[in-house]
Design a protein around this ligand. Structure first.
Ligand code: ARG
Length: 456
């Protein structure tokens, strides 16, 4: 098959080379954006007297026909036509005749592919902002229902201080809020039009780049044609935001795996979000959070891969840059699947309040509070820390928790102890005593939730 660029060549392309250099296998993902960009381009060409109205209409109608075929799955992609741009251009010329050859006036595939990807990521990023918000809503709902649910808070995965489960979950709300705001901020760098930069240096035709930018709803036009066709920062930024988002999702997933284990039994994932074992009949495996945790790896991988591809590339376009696509598309699909499954999984999980509460009744996580108690009675914090350390050791030896020790036992360690120590030591008092801004007390968590609502 003759090439659209075949004039300078005396030999056919080697078949292996055709297959190896083609991107149509994956850039067909941008078919709609490619046509949208072409329609804006011919509109501008006509408005500036570069093609006639008749020609513009023929091209537009041809493109819409092709779009139709693409959407109903009857368009045939051809590897020999290399990429989405030339597949569509060839089909256009076949459809409307030689006038289709005017579409590429004042344009190159280099500014064309950059435009396609800007349009694509703009659309996808807006979608992710929405999907993140759906997850936030579910987290907020579970948090509201669990403001008073007490469970151990951990540091080093050792019991530290009791916290509200609502408080614990809300930590993820804020992580997602930052991810959302990073995506929002990135929109201004995605919303830039490379179209009209040509291959690298601009074009001899009297085009109007602001007009195509306006038609495509871009906020800005790249001021430098070489930068316009070489910039892939907007994809790196997307992959980096996606990686951070996946860090958060993977941490939450890890907690869900731990919490649903037999050892913890803090939550139970809904049957519809778990799978069984082919051999062990008793098993109910948390495959979904496990896979979410694992998919984080491929998203990081895609970021590292593009960073590596771009490193050291001279200006302007290089074929290396074609390798920017698969990782980006894979990340888009991974994020989409991840965010869509996360919301209903969190929503349907059952919180086992009693088990959480029983944990805090069987540990020493109220120790800081007796230390604070002694400080209020006049001891320094260091003295108090030392005394309570000894009490905890004594408790462990006697097989007693802090609430089980008698007042006489307490007073052996310090005369400052009074009967009111037992009120201080109740898990609910311990939790509610942390009433500083952003703390875990019921009233602080309620305030936090109200504040969080203003972000949705
Ligand atoms: N398929 C190419 C890519 O994705 C489009 C741009 C091709 N430009 C070129 N001069 N070969 O990078």
């Amino acid at each position: 098959m003759s090439k659209l660029w075949g004039g300078r060549f005396q030999k056919q392309t080697n078949e292996l080379v055709e297959e190896f250099t083609a991107s149509i296998q994956f850039d067909q993902e941008f078919a709609e954006e490619d046509i949208e960009g072409s329609i804006a381009h011919v509109t501008m060409l006509q408005e500036n007297g570069i093609i006639t109205e008749e020609e513009m209409n023929q091209i537009k109608n041809g493109l819409l026909l092709i779009l139709d075929r693409i959407q109903n799955g009857t368009f045939e992609y051809i590897v020999a036509d290399e990429d989405i741009h030339m597949n569509i251009e060839r089909a256009l010329i076949e459809e409307i005749g030689p006038v289709g050859g005017k579409l590429h006036t004042g344009r190159s595939r280099n500014d064309q592919i950059a435009t396609d990807m800007h349009l694509y990521l703009l659309r996808k990023t807006k979608g992710f902002i929405h999907l993140i918000e759906e997850v936030q809503k579910v987290i907020l709902k579970q948090s509201e229902e669990n403001v008073e649910t007490i469970l151990p808070g951990y540091t080093h995965l050792q019991r530290a201080q009791p916290v509200s489960f609502g408080h614990h979950l809300m930590a993820y709300f804020w992580m997602l809020e930052r991810d959302k705001s990073r995506f929002q901020d990135s929109l201004k760098r995605i919303s830039m039009s490379p179209l009209g930069a040509g291959a690298l240096a601009g074009t001899t035709f009297s085009i109007d780049r602001s007009r195509t930018a306006e038609l495509l709803h871009f906020d800005e036009v790249y001021p430098n044609s070489m930068d316009a066709v070489s910039d892939r920062d907007f994809i790196l930024e997307f992959l980096s935001i996606a990686s951070t988002l996946m860090v958060h999702i993977s941490r939450l997933s890890e907690e869900m795996v731990i919490w649903s284990s037999q050892e913890f039994q803090y939550i139970e994932l809904d049957d519809s979000f778990c799978t069984g074992s082919s051999i062990m009949p008793q098993k109910k495996n948390p495959d979904v959070p496990e896979l979410l945790r694992a998919k984080t790896g491929r998203v990081y991988g895609n970021l590292f891969s593009l960073l590596t591809v771009l490193k050291g590339l001279p200006l302007a376009y290089n074929k290396d840059m074609q390798e920017d696509k698969e990782g980006m598309i894979d990340t888009v699909k991974t994020l989409d699947g991840t965010l869509r499954i996360l919301a209903p999984m969190i929503e349907s999980m059952v919180v086992k309040h009693e088990n959480m509460k029983s944990s805090v009744q069987h540990d020493y996580s109220n120790a800081t509070d007796i230390a604070d108690y002694l400080v209020n009675q006049g001891a320094t914090f260091r003295e108090a820390h030392e005394i309570i350390g000894k009490i905890v050791l004594y408790g462990i030896e006697q097989n007693k928790y802090l609430l089980d020790l008698t007042i006489a036992e307490y007073q052996r360690f310090s005369p400052l102890f009074k009967e009111d120590i037992y009120d201080v030591l109740q898990p609910i008092s311990v939790m509610n005593a942390r009433n500083s801004y952003g703390g875990t007390s019921t009233s602080q968590v309620q305030k936090q939730i109200e504040y969080a609502k203003t972000f949705l």
